[in-house]
Design a protein around this ligand. Structure first.
Ligand code: HEC
Length: 477
């Protein structure tokens, strides 16, 4: 079995090397074509060829990603059940998360940058007839001068920079991260039997299908007449998001519900790039090359989708960091908390956009900040239980931590999902417990987000013992 897997791994490695080599071949071919076009010849034919080349390149990249995923899967089969399994999962997590963040920064960075350009364009002073506007900037020790065309330039330049792989790779790595963190550990992270007792397969199916459903609903909304009326459109979109956030809170654990909401918004953003923005731009380039009249609707709708993406960035970024904040995903009405934070952060983006346009809005920023602050108040812990009348001794606390927490939080966890103590939190000695008492109060008593999905079956009475012990000073006595 192992020899077979090793053989398969070697074959896949060869395939990967071949595919990577092909990308170099493609780049060389493209260069040759550009060169041939410069010296003349059958222009139209060469352009068709170039377009086909760039199309094939997309498939090539997809192939490389796919082979890499296959290799990781085969490697996993090789070490499954050995001591290396947990370690491999951790490094897979590191690699995919790192990629996701890097591509995401590149994507959101360009999104912010181009929306800024659009907002800050000088559209009035000394603008040539064919231009929509221009802009001066200084950055990294250089001066830049940019011009935006109303439609397209008279001739499409040979070298035109596109921005799409940042978006595609952000989505792909994010989708993989869903598997690495949640779907492979469905019982640990995805499913909370207290919310809904689903099987892993059903939960994963719901998760993946919901991403597609989100896109279909949003895309449909964009094709209705509402698209021409920003405020009703935004309101409907917000209500739709509320529906998704609520739905997720009814099927998944708190953390997984948040992540799926973010993944759904991220899918809309990547879908906008893949299904609308890039195809529109391709159609525009094609028309400009053939000197056909341009359909201004193409650019306008692509621009709108791009603007939607811009408003979705801050809510998605919040979801990406939300796992660190149990007062949000652990809240009783976590979906409402999520929606309020999304609205507040989109409001802040709106204020920034207005500012870039030179419009000073009086109320958008304060209203957004007040909304976010009110979420902070709303999620504040509610003092639990009554007065602790009896003195709680550490000897009452220790067995609870041992029975309910140590299977994961020990330097040698016995839980099947954890090879190392999660977040480095280990309750090996009584002193460890006393030192980390504040966090125990937060996670096991106030937010009840530990143990995850109450895997070890801690009882309300036991939570009370922990609370009273910590309120009485949390000392090892
Ligand atoms: C099934 C495994 C498991 C059990 C059992 C478990 N935890 Fe955790 N714990 C985790 C994981 C995974 C994380 C990291 C993810 C997170 O913060 O939600 C974590 C994180 C924490 C943190 C946050 C540490 C930080 O850096 O902020 C605290 C505190 C904590 N657990 C306390 C407890 C307590 C107290 C118990 C017992 C009542 C317990 N846990 C039981 C898996 C477990």
């Amino acid at each position: 079995m192992n020899t077979l897997l090793l053989l398969l791994l070697a074959l896949l490695l060869l395939l990967l090397a071949g595919l990577v080599r092909l990308t170099y071949k493609f780049a060389a071919l493209q260069k040759d074509q550009h060169h041939a076009m410069e010296v003349g010849g059958d222009r139209a034919g060469q352009e068709v060829l170039l377009e086909k080349l760039s199309y094939a390149k997309g498939f090539l990249y997809a192939g490389i990603v796919l082979v890499a995923i296959l290799m990781a899967a085969v490697f996993y089969l090789l070490i499954e059940g050995t001591v290396y399994e947990g370690h491999f999962r951790e490094w897979l997590n590191i690699a995919v998360r790192w990629m996701h963040i890097t591509f995401g920064i590149a994507w959101i960075g360009t999104s912010f940058y181009f929306v800024f350009l659009e907002n800050a364009l000088n559209r009035t002073k000394n603008v040539r007839e064919e231009l929509a506007g221009n802009l001066w900037a200084v950055h990294g020790g250089g001066f830049y001068y940019l011009e935006k065309y109303k439609l397209a330039p008279r001739a499409i330049p040979e070298e035109l920079h596109w921005f799409k792989y940042e978006a595609y790779f952000t989505w792909l790595s994010g989708f993989n991260l869903l598997f690495v963190v949640y779907y492979f550990n469905a019982k640990a992270f995805l499913i909370d039997p207290g919310v809904m007792a689903l099987t892993p397969a059903a939960t994963i199916g719901i998760g993946v299908a919901s991403l597609a459903a989100g896109w279909l609903a949003y895309d449909w909304l964009c094709k209705t007449r509402l698209i021409y009326r920003p405020l009703p459109f935004a309101l409907t979109g917000f209500l739709l998001c509320c529906g998704f956030a609520w739905f997720y809170s009814q099927v998944f654990s708190g953390r997984a519900a948040y992540i799926h909401f973010g993944a759904m918004l991220g899918t809309l953003m990547a879908g906008n790039v893949f299904f609308v923005i890039i195809p529109s731009q391709k159609a525009m380039v094609r028309a400009a090359k053939k000197r056909l009249p341009l359909d201004p609707a193409l650019g306008k709708f692509a621009g709108l989708r791009s603007l939607h993406n811009n408003y979705l960035t801050l809510p998605v970024l919040f979801v990406m960091i939300s796992n660190h904040f149990p007062s949000t995903f652990g809240h009783q009405h976590q979906w409402a908390v999520l929606m309020a934070i999304s609205l507040g952060s989109a409001g802040i983006k709106h204020y920034l956009n207005l500012r870039e346009k030179g419009q000073q809005s009086v109320w958008v920023m304060p209203a957004s900040v007040v909304l976010l602050l009110s979420v902070a108040f709303y999620t504040a812990p509610v003092p639990k239980g009554g007065q602790c009348t009896e003195e709680v001794a550490f000897s009452q606390v220790y067995p609870i931590i041992q029975a309910r927490c140590q299977s994961c939080h020990s330097s040698r966890p016995t839980d099947e999902d954890w090879a190392a103590p999660p977040n480095g939190v280990a309750y090996d000695t009584p002193d460890d417990i006393a030192r980390l008492a504040d966090k125990i109060l937060l996670r096991a008593v106030l937010t009840e987000t530990m143990p995850p999905n109450n895997k070890t079956g801690i009882t309300p009475e036991e939570r009370e013992v922990l609370r009273c012990w910590i309120e009485q000073g949390g000392e090892v006595r």
